[in-house]
Design a protein around this ligand. Structure first.
Ligand SMILES: Cc1cc2nc3c(=O)[nH]c(=O)nc-3n(C[C@H](O)[C@H](O)[C@H](O)COP(=O)(O)OP(=O)(O)OC[C@H]3O[C@@H](n4cnc5c(N)ncnc54)[C@H](O)[C@@H]3O)c2cc1C
Length: 297
């Protein structure tokens, strides 16, 4: 997501771009994401808010003009333990308190939430590019030719950029048929830190989560039956009627306390754009435009 959106912004600014990636499509973290707009597990707050605002405008425009991109505008509800003003509020034009459409009608933050469907959005993005993706593993960023090298390698930046601040946050999803669920509402229940839950409807299925579990770098992303059971039980408790189960997905969010978007001080030919944690889709366009501005300066 980050590499493709950065490549698009650079081509729009007239640059000749080469894209090199070890894995593409379903083998990437981006293909796993629920991919709703929400600045989750990403920092620092001020930069994240600005990137999120810009990305939101882009996604909303795509939803209006380009249905084949797989972006739709949903109504987002975040049920929080209290009514303190959310730090991400700056990224939302209309944020109100309203009852969430679940059992008990708990009061939630209500906002418009663009959602991308990765199986449509990533191929659409790739199709917009003049450059083709060359499948190849890079072992040394400094050896890559070009006037500028943009490092959008997600979690692998830990090794490529020797960055110990990067580590994985495991996320697990249940995919279900639509059943009786409302396809227009994305709902997050944040009330219990030990039982974080969300439902993100796609056009033809539901994505249910979730969790965010720190893992050691290099560990495999493995499904946990207890997490799956907890997610399904939480949906039932909220009175959400999901359809038959279609599968499960697990992925490692490329987390860093702060997104790294800067020229490498030791080698200014390299520009880093990684560490988007749980918000790669939410920040993608804002970060991509900042990279374009950075290399023009
Ligand atoms: C369960 C789950 C749910 C999520 N839900 C959301 C959500 O609702 N909204 C949201 O905004 N975000 C969400 N996210 C987060 C989002 O998925 C990530 O922030 C985003 O995918 C990161 O994108 P990326 O392009 O940096 O990483 P990746 O998708 O991992 O892409 C990295 C690319 O770099 C390539 N690469 C790595 N190493 C090398 C190398 N040595 N040589 C060549 N290429 C290399 C890889 O092959 C890959 O192509 C979720 C994540 C998970 C796991």
């Amino acid at each position: 997501m980050i590499g493709l959106s950065t490549a698009l912004a650079l081509e729009e600014h007239g640059h000749e771009v080469r894209i090199v990636a070890e894995s593409v499509g379903a083998a990437t973290t981006s293909a796993v994401a629920g991919a709703v707009w929400f600045p989750y597990k990403a920092g620092p707050p001020a930069r994240v808010a600005a990137w999120a605002v810009r990305t939101r405008q882009w996604l909303e425009e795509l939803a209006r003009t380009t249905p084949e991109a797989g972006v739709d505008v949903l109504t987002g509800y975040e049920i929080t333990p209290d009514d303190s003003w959310p730090w991400w509020a700056e990224g939302v034009s209309e944020l109100v308190r309203a009852p969430a459409p679940v059992k008990g009608s708990p009061i939630a933050w209500k906002f418009t939430a663009p959602r991308a469907q990765p199986s449509l959005f990533l191929p659409w993005l790739q199709g917009r590019l003049k450059a083709h993706v060359e499948q190849q593993r890079i072992t040394e960023l400094a050896d890559v030719p070009g006037d500028v090298v943009i490092n959008c390698t997600g979690l692998a930046a830990r090794e490529l950029a020797h960055d110990d601040a990067m580590y994985p946050l495991l996320g697990q999803l249940v995919i279900a048929a639509v059943g009786g669920a409302d396809l227009s509402a994305s709902i997050t229940d944040d009330r219990d830190p030990d039982s974080f839950f969300y439902i993100i409807p796609r056009r033809d299925e539901l994505v249910l989560g979730g969790c965010s579990l720190p893992r050691a770098y290099g560990s495999r992303a493995e499904l946990d039956a207890a997490i799956k059971a907890r997610i399904i039980a939480h949906a039932a408790r909220l009175g959400i009627e999901i359809g038959e189960l279609r599968g499960e997905r697990v992925g490692l969010r490329p987390y860093r306390p702060e997104v790294r978007l800067e020229r490498d001080p030791a080698n200014p030919r390299i520009v880093h754009n990684y560490g988007h944690g749980g918000a790669g889709f939410t920040l993608s366009r804002g970060c991509a435009e900042d990279v374009a501005a950075l290399i023009a300066s």
